[in-house]
Design a protein around this ligand. Sequence first.
Ligand code: HEC
Ligand code: HEC
Ligand SMILES: [Ca+2]
Ligand SMILES: [Ca+2]
Ligand SMILES: [Ca+2]
Length: 484
Amino acid sequence: MESSVGERESAVGHASGPKRLRPGAAALALLVVASVVAACGEPDTEILPLDDARSAGDGTVFDQTRDAFTRPLANLHGPRRDDFFLGNAVFNRGWVTAPASVADFDGLGPLFNATNCSACHFKDGRGRPPEKPDEKLLSMLVRLSVPGVSAQGGPMPEPAYGEQLQENGILGVPAEGTTRVTYVEEAGAFADGATYSLRRPSYRIEELGYGPLAPDVMMSPRTAPFMIGLGLLEAIPEETILALADPDDRDGDGISGRPNRVWDVERQRAVVGRFGWKANQPSLRQQNAGAFAGDIGITSALFPEEGCTAVQEACRVAPTGDTPQLRDLLLEQVTFYTHTLAVPGRRDVDSLEVRRGRKLFEAARCSSCHVPTFETGIVADLPEVSSQVIHPFTDLLLHDMGPDLADGRPDFEASGVEWRTAPLWGIGLVRTVNRHSYLLHDGRARGFAEAILWHGGEAARSRESFVAMPKADRDALVAFLESL
Ligand code: HEC
Ligand code: HEC
Ligand SMILES: [Ca+2]
Ligand SMILES: [Ca+2]
Ligand SMILES: [Ca+2]
């Protein structure tokens, strides 16, 4: 049959139509390689190349503990492992107000969301929304803008508050505000009569520090994504991503992914975006420098300016420490770290239920967007992520996900209804690592079923397939997601 896992699996979601699933039917047995049947004695189960537990190729780590997301790539050796741990220390390090005795780590704020990266990406995992009405946003943030396009083609900052709401300030600098989330429960039912409830969020910003927000302000609340496998995602060749795009839906399958194009500060031109919930950052280096500037208030060679707006007087005169505050070496170390965090291997790939769920995932066309398999290209200086067969379950493209998930806030070429397909590798371990099950960009979904039920737009047919499934099939699909 097929020689390359990558070719076969990439083709599955795009070229072939939905597969009819009749587990146990003789038809499926035809697909099974005879020797495999003999070996495992399961004649009714098709063995797909994707029953591959090695999500990150040679870099896969087999760890299902609370530290599952914190490991270096398994193929990272010798002094390069030491470099990983240097970057890890910068990622965990708390920044303090300038001037401080440790000048390497001062310059916090004046406005900031958190004092260290790992506050939001706890154990290199995921953030979550507040669990009580009076709890502050601890591991998520709100992006802001007003209609219009910046000189670089990006969002137009809100005049008084900029592009992000910083909910903390150093001594003497008022915080920008506090985000409050409330939810309304909405009931629904599966085709078999079983009921569910989805909670629809609404956001309000209170205790505004610098006057009212512009009346036409647009807000995009986002949780911190997990940090696993990001170097491998950056190593997917641009041509491969572009080849998956189908902006005008020429093949008529209702799915029309397209790349975001975002400003690359160092290259001074627009390039394909890959990181962030709207693929709004072009590279890990820029994403990381952007996080230092926006989330912690730490300037760097890429972003040398403190993020104070014209009306934020106390912010503009506050002590800042060295300029830039982040030495190039530290940015390099943390960027090496984000390039070399591993992905945990899959669990239970041989379970019959998981395999059935895997086929339902194909049948419901989840894999049209959550593309299972890629082969990475060659990256200079990063042999560990080069030429690897990986299973990230994303196409890194933007999709219209319908009005219910829309934030209404464009981000470079991403419209207010578009989001980047979320990578699903490792997602079954979020509960173990972060002790919660909140999913989607703003954490509104409480588990896998709700996440699927919120899918709309280009994914409406996938959602309908899920709603139509009997309970046993829904459970199998979720069991498959748990195994990732
Ligand atoms: C206040 C919480 C918060 C802090 C602190 C924070 N992040 Fe993030 N991080 C986020 C959010 C939210 C996103 C998604 C951003 C978006 O969609 O625009 C993100 C995205 C990322 C991504 C891209 C992940 C992906 O899957 O696309 C990387 C890499 C990253 N952050 C690194 C860092 C680093 C390095 C630091 C420390 C300098 C840091 N972050 C600090 C909240 C945070
Ligand atoms: C049209 C493309 C598309 C299809 C088809 C699709 N998804 Fe998604 N999926 C997305 C996007 C985009 C997101 C991120 C949406 C957001 O956060 O608002 C997402 C998010 C998710 C999440 C949450 C991930 C996270 O990190 O929070 C899960 C789980 C998921 N999808 C599973 C599925 C399953 C199962 C199916 C099939 C029943 C499916 N998806 C079909 C595009 C798609
Ligand atoms: Ca600063
Ligand atoms: Ca701000
Ligand atoms: Ca299409």
